[in-house]
Design a binder for this molecule. Structure first.
Ligand code: ADP
Length: 422
């Protein structure tokens, strides 16, 4: 019977229906209930419970081993709520835990104490979620599971109770990020949509026969529609790149022609802004394993930003070179330097966040979506590369990317704490 249950749990874990931690916990419960049954059933367990160490039987020593092996904070409680055993993770969470003391002394969360009380009274498993704000926001769930002796009846007094905690913080953070992202994306789309609806209404009503106004409004509507299209393009690119985040692109891409192609395509913008774009490239080829289209997007974003936000400096310099990475391998280095207003230090670490902009209105007026540098960061992550931003207010900005030139599994390069943003 126990063997069948173990087999089912293994299959569930392998199929991904059950997490490894939960699987281990279930195994522990089954083994302990089977092995410990005769030892602890119908006893008021406590620190001095006599242990039966007969052949084939587990004792509290093995209960402790089992609990120590579990990845989550775990505490075994006697049926009266006193602590029998716990692991190091539980000590880290509740340093006041002592064998023989009621668990309520060490556990500060009233909901958990109440769940233990309910499980003792009802003899049924309990689950509670709780959050703590100090020292940092954390979300957790706790399970109180009455464990019955192998040959005991289901509604008899449990042999012991297993209290386990599971950290929900990473899941909650991802949920928050996703909610923020949807709210931001909707807001960004709603603004041009509202403008479009407003102009359509005006054209159908008061401006129906005003030819001059119609021309002007149609131009604005076209710009707003383009903005929505750009936003949707960027969102789709971002999600496509994220989906492929773990697959490193390996097609050889020569960087210098890529940069020249991007600069050619941006010549009109450079001319409009009166900016001279200078490229300094080595005579040798700089070939990196990569995805050509994605690398084009990286240079488009960086050079377009330099022209848009740093255009007042009237000069943009793009420098390409080969350098040695910290792991000894070769890397291609490309930097885009402008002489515009620069970026204040407090904004630099956040520039690659989706929708983060130093000046939202200014970015929108220049056709920005706030996704460009997020896209750059994700492309570079996929290429095992890095982005560094160096800027001081009033002194322009330099965006430097580093891309490994071989496909070898280079160890993650240590980040420059001040400037590296990927
Ligand atoms: P956007 O679509 O707004 O250009 P990005 O993610 O490309 O979005 O850039 C984020 C913000 O970073 C921009 O809105 C701008 O405020 C700032 N920024 C980017 N490049 C520069 C630069 N070269 N000089 C000054 N500010 C810059």
């Amino acid at each position: 019977m126990a063997a069948a249950a173990v087999l089912v749990i293994c299959i569930l874990v392998l199929a991904g229906s059950l997490s490894l931690g939960r699987g281990l916990l279930c195994l522990a419960i089954i083994l302990l209930a089977g092995g410990l049954g005769g030892v602890v059933a119908n006893r008021t367990a406590g620190p001095d419970i006599p242990l039966d160490s007969g052949a084939g039987r587990a004792d509290y020593g093995s209960l402790q081993d089992m609990i120590s092996a579990l990845p989550d904070p775990t505490i075994a409680l006697a049926p009266d709520g006193r602590v029998i055993s716990f692991n190091a993770q539980a000590t880290a969470m509740a340093p006041a835990l002592r064998r023989g003391d009621p668990a309520s002394i060490a556990l500060r969360v009233p909901d958990v104490v109440e769940a233990i009380r309910r499980a003792i009274v009802t003899n049924k498993p309990e689950r509670v979620e709780f959050s703590e704000r100090v020292p940092a926001d954390r979300w957790s769930e706790a399970f109180v599971t009455p464990v019955h002796a192998g040959d005991g009846e289901a509604n008899a007094r449990p042999a012991f109770l297993l209290l386990t905690f599971h950290d929900l913080t990473p899941i909650r953070r991802v949920e928050e990020m996703r909610a923020d992202f949807v709210a931001n994306a909707s807001h960004e789309l709603r603004t041009p949509l509202a403008a479009l609806s407003g102009f359509i209404e005006t054209l159908k009503g008061p401006a129906r026969n005003d030819v001059a106004a119609r021309e002007r409004f149609l131009d604005i509507m076209e710009a707003q529609a383009n903005r929505m299209a750009r936003l949707i393009d960027d969102l789709l690119s971002l999600s496509r790149i994220e989906l492929a985040a773990h697959v490193r692109p390996v097609t050889p891409v020569e960087l210098v022609p890529v940069v020249r192609q991007v600069v050619d395509a941006l010549q009109t913008l450079a001319r409009d802004r009166g900016v001279e774009v200078v490229i300094q490239a080595p005579a040798e080829q700089l070939v990196v394993p990569g995805d050509r289209d994605e690398l084009i997007r990286v240079f488009e974003n960086l050079i377009e930003n330099a022209l848009k936000y740093g255009g007042s400096g009237k000069r943009v310099e793009i420098t390409l070179s080969r350098s040695k990475a910290q792991d000894g391998g070769d890397e291609a280095v490309a930097s885009v330097r402008d002489y515009g207003p620069g970026i204040a230090a407090e904004h630099i670490p956040r520039l690659t966040e989706r929708f983060y902009r130093v000046d939202v209105t200014g970015s929108r007026a220049l056709g920005g979506t706030g996704l460009g540098l997020a896209l750059v960061k994700h492309v570079l992550n996929r290429h095992r590369g890095r982005l560094m931003i160096d800027s001081k207010t009033g002194q322009g900005a330099t965006f430097t990317i580093r891309l490994p030139m071989s496909t070898g599994t280079a160890p993650a390069v240590k980040k420059d704490a001040e400037k590296s943003v990927t």
